[in-house]
Design a protein around this ligand. Structure first.
Ligand code: HEC
Length: 130
């Protein structure tokens, strides 16, 4: 009889220990989550403040921005003559200019229509855009 109640006492002691440790673990997790959330809010606040005080390098075009039209030879010199001399038209044939424009487009940051205009200017031919 005494043995039995001692066993019950042991088991309930273990149960209490287990449940308190589970509870403590849950609390620790929640605390950590709260800390993380607070850190996140701090970062968001920092970014917000930075944005408010530092001008952005990237200009978002407004819908009413008028598109400036420039002569094609000026576009050629402006966009293709900054890193190297603007190569003379005669130096390459139409097929080569096609490849060159494809590979230089990214470097020159020109649009597809600009590329087509340059192709026509350089080759006298029409570039098929796909
Ligand atoms: C950001 C710099 C940059 C811009 C802008 C640029 N290029 Fe180039 N270009 C280079 C470099 C670097 C090379 C040499 C290395 C290479 O061929 O990748 C080159 C090479 C060339 C060559 C020689 C290719 C060969 O095989 O001999 C041609 C022709 C040329 N570019 C045309 C153009 C045209 C046309 C444009 C405008 C659409 C342009 N580039 C804009 C950097 C530039």
């Amino acid at each position: 009889m005494l043995n039995k109640s001692r066993n019950i006492l042991k088991i309930s002691g273990i149960l209490v220990l287990v449940s308190t440790s589970i509870f403590a673990c849950k609390q620790r997790k929640q605390r950590k989550l709260k800390e993380k959330e607070a850190q996140k809010q701090d970062v968001i606040q920092e970014v917000k403040e930075a944005k408010d005080s530092t001008p952005s390098l990237f200009v978002i075009p407004k819908p009413d921005t008028t598109i400036a039209k420039i002569p094609i030879n000026v576009l050629y010199v402006k966009s293709c003559g900054v890193c190297h001399e603007p190569y003379p038209k005669e130096r390459y044939n139409a097929v080569s200019w096609g490849h060159i424009l494809d590979s230089m487009q990214m470097r020159a940051h020109i649009s597809d229509p600009n590329k087509a205009d340059l192709y026509r200017f350089l080759t006298g031919d029409t570039l098929k855009l796909d």
